[in-house]
Design a protein around this ligand. Structure first.
Ligand SMILES: Cc1ncc(COP(=O)(O)O)c(C=O)c1O
Length: 424
């Protein structure tokens, strides 16, 4: 398909980023297709594809067979658990439970809360970190800046402790990086506040983990939830890592084979397993776990500071290009200079976002996301803020999102900018 060339490209002053990584962190793709939708689902890393291909001939049951194939698969699954736990800095007594994705991980945590737990979140969360929590949860307004988030949490926890039984558990559930703006939240500071008030904290690292190291110990968070498919590891695994006591005391997430240590003849004569098996009922997703572990290993062996610097250079190029287009307005929560990962949401004034996304795909072979990004309260708020800031009355009711990662290049970013310029 011919590419529309646009004469009036914005001038990009950011230095050209270094080439995309090769080897295990090379990502698979289709020549000619420009994927700028990593935040939805990242492409598959070679490390994940290779690990799965190597194990495929051995494919057999996990924890259910005595044969050589089955034993190898069981070993691979448990090694994957160890690798993933180590990658995220799990403490020796933390559970590392494989789930389908972040949504599944946070729902598992929600079902494991002791009776009477109050959950505190911010309204800027993805639906996966807004909707699983029980009635009576506290939803704090979106703060104006990271310091405001810390202050608001401290005030809310002080009030909560004053107004309710201080013996009842409190869980703070926050994102590490917004899926709408890419802005990073002050996780370590929020963890300090939570612990000062005797609360626990769960980190939704779905968008943070693909971009920067996430370490439970270093951040001092109690739980972390991650999706493999956003971390270059398709095949449908995610993980919940964290404190064992609530998880071991909770009813099994999926009742069934593998989750029990004893089943007697009477209907309710069941002793449930403790440890990860309790919540991993049924045959586990071996390839999902192995793929995720392979990417964790590849990232551990990589120069992550260099990867992050490369991504930031691309992000700066993208944001500078967008800022130079008078008909395109960026969405943001914390202000233009807040630290963020490679995600930018924006609107094209006077143009329907779904139509723009369709045109980018059809005319330029560029894949981006449009809509409210499963964060409706935040996205609506930011759209209103963008209208006020830009003074434009013709902004559409939904947005576009471009997101980058390991396989992204300056040429791809420039192609998007050229295509957006042509819409002006
Ligand atoms: C911040 C955040 N949390 C949670 C999720 C849910 O992830 P999944 O759809 O893999 O469960 C997403 C997905 O976009 C996300 O961006």
């Amino acid at each position: 398909m011919p590419v529309t060339l646009v004469p009036s490209l914005p001038t990009i002053t950011a230095p050209a980023p270094t080439p995309a990584p090769s080897g295990p962190l090379d990502v698979l793709g289709v020549p000619g297709e420009i994927n700028l939708d990593y935040a939805a689902t990242a492409p598959c890393a070679r490390a994940a594809a290779d690990a799965v291909a190597e194990l495929l001939p051995w494919y057999a049951s996990v924890h259910r067979g005595a044969g050589a194939l089955s034993r190898r698969c069981t070993l691979a699954y448990e090694r994957a658990r160890q690798t993933v736990g180590d990658f995220f800095g799990a403490r020796a007594d933390d559970e590392v439970i494989f789930t389908r994705n972040t949504t599944d991980a946070l729902n598992l945590l929600a079902r494991s809360l002791p009776a009477g737990t109050t959950v505190v979140t911010f309204a800027g969360e993805h639906h996966a970190n807004l909707l699983p929590w029980p009635r009576g949860s506290v939803r704090l307004p979106v703060p104006a800046d990271p310091d405001g988030a810390v202050r608001a949490l401290a005030a809310a926890l002080t009030e909560l402790r004053r107004a309710s039984n201080p013996a009842l558990p409190v869980l703070v559930a926050v994102t590490g990086a917004s899926n709408v703006t890419g802005e990073q939240w002050p996780v370590a500071e929020l963890a300090r506040v939570a612990h000062r008030h005797g609360a626990r904290i769960a980190l939704d690292a779905a968008q943070l983990a693909p971009h920067v190291p996430v370490d439970l110990l270093a951040l001092d968070v109690d739980y972390v939830a991650v999706s493999g498919h956003k971390l270059y590891a398709p095949f449908g695994a995610g993980v919940l890592i964290g404190r064992a006591d609530w998880l071991d005391a909770a009813p099994p997430y999926l009742a069934g084979g593998g989750a029990t240590s004893h089943v007697g003849p009477a209907t309710h004569d069941v002793t449930w397993a403790t440890g990860p098996a309790r919540h991993e009922g049924g045959t586990p997703n071996l390839f999902g776990a192995v793929a995720l572990a392979a990417v964790c290993t590849a990232l551990t062996e990589a120069d992550r500071a260099a990867l992050a610097a490369r991504e930031q250079a691309l992000l700066a190029r993208l944001r500078a290009g967008i800022a130079a287009l008078p008909h395109v307005v960026e969405l943001r929560t914390f202000g233009p200079d807040a630290p963020r990962v490679g995600i930018v949401s924006f609107v094209v004034a006077g143009q329907d976002s779904a139509e723009v996304a369709a045109r980018l795909a059809a005319e330029h072979r560029i894949g981006v996301r449009d809509g409210l990004f499963c964060a409706h309260p935040l996205a609506r708020r930011l759209l209103a803020e963008a209208a006020g800031r830009s003074g434009r009355r013709d902004l559409p009711p939904t947005a576009l999102r471009a997101s980058i990662g390991l396989g992204s290049t300056a040429a791809q970013v420039d192609r998007l900018l050229a295509a957006l310029a042509a819409l002006g």
